[in-house]
Design a protein around this ligand. Structure first.
Ligand code: 8X3
Length: 251
């Protein structure tokens, strides 16, 4: 039987690329996101290419909707918790608590909602995988990143705790922590739509990671044999040796 993979945040960036990658590996992919037009277009495209894919509009922070979604699935073998993001670059001293709450909701509670709702099916399938797309921000702190750093440390902690709690169950818990990835929306959302500042994040960086680079890593980790648990992969571009050590070419 075809294995089913649910990918959240599948409307763009790493989520969309992961949905493509898993479809190419033969998974029946369920694309989840809030924006119907985007996930429906991608699901149609994948189906036209001969893959098995469908879209389900869902806000991962809406628990009743998440429960109804889980109920609607016959099976779930892989859950990629990718939905997330950063808002703002204010310091801890000046940040708006409302932004922090929003980041916590999507990056942590969203992972919790989806994982809790789908866990019975992941266990019942006999070889389940939960993958959390965290961030290097889940492992190191940096100035102006406070709310996102806190939320992604939370996402990392969910993965680490869940792995311990599921020991003995047929479910792996994987974490992929990307560094500097140039996607259509991540920095634009963080910088509240300021395209100039968003572009400056990657200015002069030779080859930041692409969404496809990260998806490639995610798909590789998921397609290892079921007894192989890739606990954590930190994936950065070569030009980013550490959070504050980024090589930039002056133009
Ligand atoms: C995004 C990577 O370096 O902006 O998750 O925190 S970073």
């Amino acid at each position: 039987m075809t294995a089913t993979a649910v990918v959240t945040g599948a409307s763009s960036g790493i989520g969309a690329a992961t949905a493509r990658g898993l479809a190419a590996e033969g998974y029946e992919v369920v694309l989840v996101a809030r924006r119907a037009d985007r996930i429906e277009a991608l699901a149609d495209e994948l189906v036209k290419e001969g893959h098995s894919a469908r879209a389900h509009v869902l806000d991962v922070t809406d628990r009743p909707a998440v429960d109804a979604f889980a109920e609607s699935l016959d099976a779930c073998d892989v859950l990629v918790n990718n939905a997330g993001g950063a808002i703002g670059t204010e310091t801890v001293a000046t940040a708006d608590p409302a932004d922090w709450r929003t980041m916590y909701e999507v990056n942590v509670i969203g992972v919790l909602n989806m994982t809790q709702a789908l866990l019975p099916k992941l266990i019942a399938g006999g070889d389940g995988t939960v993958l959390v797309v965290s961030s290097v921000a889940g492992h190191v702190a940096y100035e102006g990143g406070g709310g996102y750093v806190a939320a992604k440390h939370g996402a990392h902690s969910v993965a680490a705790t869940l792995r311990l709690e599921l020991c003995g169950e047929p479910v792996r818990v994987l974490e992929v922590a990307p560094g500097m990835v140039m996607t259509e929306e991540f920095s634009l959302n963080r910088l509240r739509g300021d395209a100039g500042r968003a572009a400056a994040v990657y200015e002069g960086v030779p080859d930041p990671l692409s969404a496809e680079d990260v998806a490639d890593t995610i798909v590789w980790a998921i397609t290892r044999p079921p007894h192989v648990n890739i606990d954590l992969m930190v994936v950065r571009p070569r030009a980013q040796a550490a959070q504050h050590k980024v090589h930039r070419v002056k133009g």
